[in-house]
Design a protein around this ligand. Sequence first.
Ligand code: TMP
Length: 212
Amino acid sequence: MSKKGMFISFEGCEGAGKTTVIEHLYEKMVEKGYRVMKTREPGGIDISEQIRTIILHPGHKEMDSRTEALLYAAARRQHLVEKVIPALEDGCHVLCDRFIDSSLAYQGAARGIGIEDVLAVNEFAIGPYMPDGTIYIDILPETGLTRIFKNKDREINRLDNETIHFHQRVHEAYQNLQERYPERIHKINGEQSLDNVILDAERYLNSILSGE
Ligand code: TMP
């Protein structure tokens, strides 16, 4: 495996502000002269965006949990092979809005499939391409959901409409994942001002890029 760019994923409950933080970090990296790409999951390329539409359609209430886990893993595989790996191999850093930890938290824990089974499916999907670093923006599900339901421009998807208990299980799972992978997952307080979230994220990103 020849991998030259850094692969950074961003995680958190709904409304944590990941997308805004990625946008700011991306601009700052471009200003500093880094080659960098931002992308998202599920999606980022045509096939995976189509899978995203199927998974998140509010009308697909009958979707089975394992079907959901497999569709996320399929979207992940295609996005990785078609977009992320070529960029990394070309020396470009990749900022990815969600990756494997989302499946472990949402499908493994909150849907109740089990972390280990979902991990196995995802290891099959991604091979050796675990992120080099993960920024987890920690926010209470109550805060995040209030934010997204206030934001009229944001589409409300099938998972947003899950119960508060579902989102609390996601939140708890993220805490456990951070304890399981402390070297990789860096937790940031998402309840502080956006400026401070961005500052914390930038500090961590700089430490990864400088190999500290
Ligand atoms: P987004 O709102 O951050 O774009 O993510 C779409 C939804 O998909 C969000 O509710 C989290 C969920 N999701 C999973 O359940 N498993 C996954 O593997 C991924 C990538 C997202």
